[in-house]
Design a protein around this ligand. Structure first.
Ligand SMILES: Nc1ncnc2c1ncn2[C@@H]1O[C@H](COP(=O)(O)O)[C@@H](OP(=O)(O)O)[C@H]1O
Ligand SMILES: [Mg+2]
Length: 280
């Protein structure tokens, strides 16, 4: 006689988020080692740069996810670039193993590992990890966190510091913007507001600035890919902010039919865009 093997209970959001953070910290070890050895890069077919670190970090994350979330589809930047097709279904993972490759190559440390869990098109869990800064951001429904963790360090999620977006300040916005991929339409949108400061930064670190209340607005009207924004999107929403398409409609994920391209977004801190009266 055989007995049915009891199915392991599904991990809680908190446990899953800690597991995703562990995967990102492991990818950070690989990335930092390659960075120390000296980076060589080549151009992908879309002319964007890719390094050995992008591929090695992605392989590390795939291995971790196969243990943490067996059977859950994973859409990742380099596998997609290599032609791998994935049926996302109603729950899948989006991975950018090294966001801000340009910044990585330049050596300024403004690059991140991004991992998001998407359910029914909505990013619900997000980890954004900057290995060169030892800076970890993590968000799950209703809670967002920041922690200083060196690559490969223990996760210790119970020590993470809770963070929250600040209320968007009328008439004195702090704007986070891409360091390497600015565009005239985004500049024109920023010019409609009274801006106190503009903070250029590479990668998903800009979502971290919104989530920890150091910036109010991150506009991006140029194209990005779903793996660039999903983890930061989950993080900002977890911290009490919003991320939408530029027209305010919901930004959803899993759009393989358009090659996972996102035609811009706007991220706001708590309370969203300021009242009309404060628009310059
Ligand atoms: N024309 C374009 N089309 C699609 N994505 C683009 C793009 N220009 C920049 N990006 C995305 O912007 C990301 C970098 O963002 P930032 O400018 O905020 O650092 C890149 O991530 P990768 O470095 O992972 O390729 C890339 O995916
Ligand atoms: Mg990216």
């Amino acid at each position: 006689m055989t007995f049915p093997v009891p199915r392991a209970p599904a991990p809680t959001d908190a446990a899953l988020l800690a597991g995703l953070a562990e995967a990102a910290l492991a990818a950070g070890v690989v990335i930092r080692r390659i960075e120390a050895e000296g980076i060589t890069h080549r151009q992908k077919s879309d002319r964007s740069p890719v390094t050995e670190a992008d591929h090695a970090a992605e392989a590390t994350i795939f291995a971790a996810l196969s243990q943490l979330m067996p059977g859950v589809p994973v859409v990742a930047e380099e596998a997609t670039a290599a032609g791998t097709e994935v049926i996302c279904g109603n729950r899948f993972v989006l991975v950018d193993p090294l966001d801000g490759t340009r910044e990585f190559i330049s050596g300024n440390g403004e690059y991140t590992v991004n991992i998001a869990v998407v359910e029914d098109g909505v990013p619900v869990l997000g980890v954004v990890y900057a290995p060169a800064r030892a800076l970890l951001f993590a968000g799950r429904p209703g809670s967002a966190f920041r922690a200083i963790r060196a690559p490969g360090a223990r996760v210790d999620a119970q020590d993470w510091t809770p963070i929250a977006c600040r209320k968007v300040q009328d008439g004195a916005l702090v704007v986070a913007e891409s360091r390497s991929h600015g565009d005239p339409a985004t500049d024109a949108l920023i010019a409609r507001y009274q801006v106190a400061e503009r903070i250029p930064a590479g990668s998903a670190l800009k979502f971290g600035l919104i989530a920890e209340g150091k910036a109010d607005f991150y506009p991006r009207l140029g194209p990005v890919m779903e793996w660039d924004s999903a983890a930061g999107h989950a993080l900002v929403v977890a911290a009490g902010g919003s991320v939408t398409r530029p027209d305010g409609s919901p930004l959803t994920y899993g759009h393989s039919e358009v090659g996972y391209m996102v035609h811009g977004f706007v991220a706001w801190g708590s309370g969203g865009p300021p009242e009309i009266g404060s628009v310059g």
